[in-house]
Design a protein around this ligand. Structure first.
Ligand SMILES: Cc1cc2nc3c(=O)[nH]c(=O)nc-3n(C[C@H](O)[C@H](O)[C@H](O)COP(=O)(O)OP(=O)(O)OC[C@H]3O[C@@H](n4cnc5c(N)ncnc54)[C@H](O)[C@@H]3O)c2cc1C
Length: 455
């Protein structure tokens, strides 16, 4: 985010001072909210659209993530459980197209977001992870799709530059981006398209009125016909969403820029890599020669406690640095310059869900990207735009408008259970990294984990 703000000059949009009337009010200036605004203004320029953002646009996960713009092909097996095979194929293909459209949007709008369509290596860093992709590939093959190419161990080493990788598969349709530059670029494009943006303007609450919705912010009210809630993990404040949403931290580090050392390692520029553990490791080289390395499955969100500074602090910084050093020992001399964290909105079935809140046909939400929202938020924007415009088109009737079948337990059981399962996962993964068998109890406990980055 620091880098992105340097690039765009960081001019803050004013906070809202006076009452406003809008056709569509979007709460949340992340990728989801801004794509929604851009979709609406792109197709219905006469509609008055406004975005209210509690902090500055990009201050949430969109400006803090690992920068993988992925597809939903690795989630195909889950998609197939949620909808017909044809729908699953269509949605997964749309997610691949979303990555293409993101790159195209950057190009057309002069957004300098380091978009690199260089693909993703889904790999194994210990023998227990080998073949983690087999079921996905088989399920895809039975539906006639083959987005992954299985690589020989030598090829994996050649493109990743690390001997820690024992095997893997490659998906060409994935890109990497400087995520904060992307979200700030969308903000600039939305402003240019006539969207009103108010930063440092938190929505306090809203009330459904006979003619629309009244959105209350400090010192003012917005009267709007339709309300879109695109506040990601902050949507945990609504019990009907919270029962399907688990908020988990992800910790990230970035190194100093060291393009020559990186080139000597042989890591394909821009190539996104993740391993196959549940507490996933994900890493990529940036365009300016840094490494960004992250680890999922960290801090467990209690109820709807979403204090910003708490979530920004990486609890496992030293552990992530250690994993990076183990994966790329040849980069030992390269300094770590940044460590941060953010909240990830895992749905109870690891796919996002969209809908209307509290039975009101005017209040729409989208949440649950489960660590894969950079590319799919483009689809989220299409769905939310169609819902707010009351369109019965492909997006307004998408199978992603749904309620996940699985309900998570209430607090404090959820946090206690989450802690037990995460402890078991850590123990299992530590054993597997030493090529040892975790105990039967540990293995059984890990099966209770509802979250998943792939699969
Ligand atoms: C550390 C980390 C790494 C990740 N890595 C990846 C990755 O590599 N690839 C990938 O695809 N996904 C990744 N993700 C997930 C991805 O970042 C998210 O899915 C995506 O950014 C969600 O966008 P969003 O707009 O829905 O949410 P956000 O970007 O969180 O936006 C929500 C916005 O709502 C605002 N807000 C909240 N409450 C209010 C309120 N009351 N009033 C007004 N505004 C409010 C917040 O300030 C915030 O700006 C990662 C997430 C994290 C945290």
């Amino acid at each position: 985010m620091q880098q992105a703000l340097q690039r765009d000059g960081h001019e803050e949009a004013p906070a809202l001072q006076d009452d406003q009337t809008l056709d569509i009010c979007i709460v949340g200036g992340g990728l989801t909210g801004l794509w929604t605004a851009l979709q609406i203004s792109g197709t219905e320029p006469s509609i008055r659209v406004g975005v209210v953002e509690a902090d500055i646009c990009g201050a949430g996960a969109s400006g803090a993530n690992g920068g993988f713009a992925m597809t939903w092909w690795p989630k195909f097996a889950t998609l197939k459980k949620l909808m017909s095979t044809d729908d699953a194929l269509r949605i997964a293909a749309a997610s691949e197209e979303a990555v293409v459209q993101t790159g195209r949007f950057c190009e057309t709008n002069g957004i300098d977001a380091d978009f690199m369509p260089t693909g993703w290596l889904w790999t194994a860093t210990n023998s227990s992870q080998m073949g983690s992709w087999d079921d996905t590939i088989d399920t895809l093959a039975s539906a006639g799709a083959s987005p992954f190419r299985v690589l020989a161990k030598e090829e994996v080493y050649e493109i990743s530059g690390s001997e820690r990788h024992l095997g893997g598969v490659f998906e060409a349709g994935v890109a990497t981006v400087q995520p904060a530059a992307l979200v700030r670029g969308l903000r600039a494009a939305a402003l240019a398209a006539g969207v009103s943006i108010w930063e440092k303007t938190p929505m306090l609450d809203y009330e459904v009125t006979p003619r629309g919705v009244a959105v209350r912010v400090p010192g003012a009210t917005i009267a709007t016909s339709q309300l879109v809630l695109a506040t990601n993990a902050w949507l945990a404040r609504y019990p009907e969403i919270r029962r399907h949403l688990l908020v988990l931290g992800s910790d990230v580090i970035a190194t100093a820029s060291a393009p020559e050392q990186l080139a000597s390692v042989g890591w394909t520029p821009g190539l996104a890599i993740s391993d196959s553990r549940r507490l996933v490791h994900y890493y990529r080289p940036t365009k300016d020669g840094r490494v960004v390395f992250g680890k999922g499955g960290g801090r467990i969100g209690f109820r709807d406690h979403m204090n910003r500074s708490t979530w920004a602090t990486a609890l496992r910084g030293p552990e992530v640095i250690d994993q990076f050093r183990r994966t790329y020992p040849k980069l030992d001399g390269v300094a770590i310059t940044n460590t941060w964290s953010g909240a990830v909105d895992y749905s109870s079935d690891s796919m996002p869900f969209f809908g209307r809140l509290a039975g009101s046909p005017r209040v729409h939400f989208g949440v649950g990207f489960s660590g894969n929202g950079v590319g799919p938020s483009y689809i989220g924007g299409k769905i939310l735009a169609s819902l707010a415009l009351e369109r019965d088109d492909e997006w307004g009737t998408s199978p992603m408008i749904r309620t996940p079948a699985t309900r998570l337990p209430p607090e404090p059981l959820r946090t206690i259970g989450g802690w037990v399962v995460r402890t078991a996962l850590r123990s299992k993964e530590a054993a597997e990294d030493q090529e040892k068998q975790p105990s039967a109890l540990v293995r059984r406990l890990t099966h209770l984990d509802p979250t998943s980055f792939v699969g």
